[in-house]
Design a binder for this molecule. Structure first.
Ligand SMILES: [Zn+2]
Length: 504
């Protein structure tokens, strides 16, 4: 994720004054979104919260007094440091099949989600995460199961216990209007499924996936996905992965099928429905890039996103590894949302977040965050510090101006910061994570030199691509490649109470 306001606005100001970068964001925001006020500050999220009210249910994401029975706490969460009830114990999901009929005007879903999982213990009962919506029926291996709701926990009791290590299939039928979620990490918006004007869009990091489908809602449990979305035939439907086909089903409706064959965490699952124009191109290596733009802005946006292939090429060289998935694309919503988010294979941008730096940042996340995934939300800097700093390296290498540069990041931290590897939940998307996390990598590079720094990146990605990891596993790679002095530098930046001196 990359926010445009708050810290990013500060960063932009600092970058402009310190490095001479042009203030492209403000100009583009005004040009592309004539309905928006003329400053970044006013163009932010109140519009979203005004049209889609937040959930009326109190958040039970982080409260120690959450309504889950303590006796089933290990079933209600995976032990995350910041979100004790996100994800669920007792099983691993292999695959989600999402079959969802969407009435876009009414914003009502009628859905059947099939979850193929494997038990890691004998299960008399297990949990899924689902907030709101009306559950109509749950079956386990074809037999109706009992289901109860407790906060965002959907507690399923199968007809007979599931044996340890046994595969099992859960089907959940549900319907209703999704209610976006108030997550304490995202004070600037609600997250999950949104409908605005004639567009449906999903932005789920960290907890929003459970606003629109039942799942094991933690990045540590990655799974493959397919999506069968049925809606009005004249609307375009975009989701993760590869477009399999579009089939007319009668009554002016069609079903669009997308398939995500590489494991993906739930917060990166996304669906977009609306009026979008597809623009396709290819990298030099033949990777398909498919961008979806609002038709009225398509020509300008095509220019904005022209750097995509070059950015992918740069990151492949930097990390010594191919782009991790079958295709890449960006979708731009026909309004501003104040940030962008790196859904796997389909990053979403608002009309106010299509600046070159943000485009590069979301592309970097396909490696850092999407392929290598968080094992615990406390380690969010492994996503955001890497995306922040490695996106900057693209502009440095190409000799292009960048909105983000080390001197600007450091200046933004002087007002106060904490070690990014120990942030509380309400600082998950704070300058400490983006800038101090990014500066940690810059300090490492200054300490070990460009050649060893790149060796660390290559070794780190080669070892953990496709995995869910924590900070300690990154530090172990640094230790192996560069030794304990390099780890000590990172310790100061990641955990130290005080801001270290600017590295030079
Ligand atoms: Zn990000």
């Amino acid at each position: 994720m990359k926010r445009r306001i708050g810290w990013s606005f500060l960063a932009l100001s600092v970058a402009v004054s310190c490095s001479g970068s042009p203030g492209v964001d403000v100009e583009e925001s005004t040009r592309l979104n004539p309905a928006a006020p003329s400053t970044d500050v006013d163009a932010i999220t109140p519009t979203a919260t005004a049209t889609v009210p937040p959930t009326s249910e109190p958040s039970d994401l982080v409260e120690s007094s959450n309504p889950v029975d303590p006796a089933s706490a290990d079933l209600a969460g995976v032990g995350d440091s910041l979100y004790p009830t996100l994800g669920n114990g007792g099983y691993d999901v292999d695959h989600y099949s999402l079959a969802i009929d969407v009435d876009v005007d009414a914003n009502v879903l009628d859905a059947a989600v099939t979850i193929e999982a494997v038990a890691v213990d004998e299960l008399d009962v297990f949990h899924l995460d689902l907030q709101g919506l009306e559950v109509q029926e749950v079956t386990v291996d074809g037999v109706e199961a009992s289901a109860n709701r407790t906060g965002h926990e959907l507690v399923v009791t199968p007809d007979r216990p599931i044996a340890d290590a046994a595969p099992f299939t859960v089907v959940v039928h549900y319907r209703g209007m999704p209610e976006p979620i108030d997550d304490p990490a995202v004070p600037f918006d609600t997250i999950g499924w949104h409908q605005r004007e004639t567009t449906v869009y999903v932005v789920s990091e960290p907890s929003g996936a459970m606003s629109w489908f039942p799942n094991n809602n933690h990045p540590a449990d990655k799974a493959t996905f397919d999506f069968e979305i049925t809606t009005d035939s004249e609307l375009t439907v975009v989701a993760n992965g590869v477009l399999e086909g579009i089939k007319e089903v009668g009554g002016g409706q069609s079903t669009t099928t997308w398939r995500m064959d590489d494991p993906m965490t739930t917060y990166l699952a996304a669906v977009y429905i609306g009026d979008f124009e597809l623009q396709e191109s290819f990298t030099a290596d033949g990777l398909r890039i498919r961008n979806y733009f609002p038709p009225a802005f398509a020509d300008d946006l095509d220019d904005d996103f022209e750097l995509t292939a070059d950015v992918i090429d740069f990151f492949e060289t930097l990390l010594g590894a191919d782009y991790p998935f079958d295709e890449y694309g960006s979708i731009v919503l026909p309004f501003g949302i104040g940030f962008a988010l790196e859904n796997q294979t389909i990053s979403v941008h608002g009309l106010d977040s299509t600046d070159p730096y943000t485009i590069a940042h979301e592309i970097m996340h396909q490696w850092a965050g999407n392929s290598i995934t968080l094992g615990d939300w406390q380690d969010i800097w492994l996503n955001e510090g890497f995306a922040t700093y490695l996106a900057y390296l693209y502009f440095e290498d190409r000799g292009l101006p960048s909105d983000i540069a080390p001197i600007g990041m450091y200046a933004a931290l002087r007002g106060g910061s904490i070690g990014p590897a120990e942030v509380p939940v309400d600082e998950l998307f704070s300058p400490s994570v983006y800038f101090r996390g990014g500066m940690a990598l810059h300090a490492l590079r200054v300490e070990v030199g460009d050649e060893i720094f790149r060796k660390i990146l290559v070794a780190y990605y080669a070892r953990f691509a496709g995995s869910a990891i924590t900070t300690g596993e990154f530090l172990a790679v640094v230790d192996e490649v560069a030794g304990p002095d390099a780890v000590a530098v990172l310790d100061d930046w990641l955990y130290g109470p005080d801001l270290p001196a600017f590295p030079e």
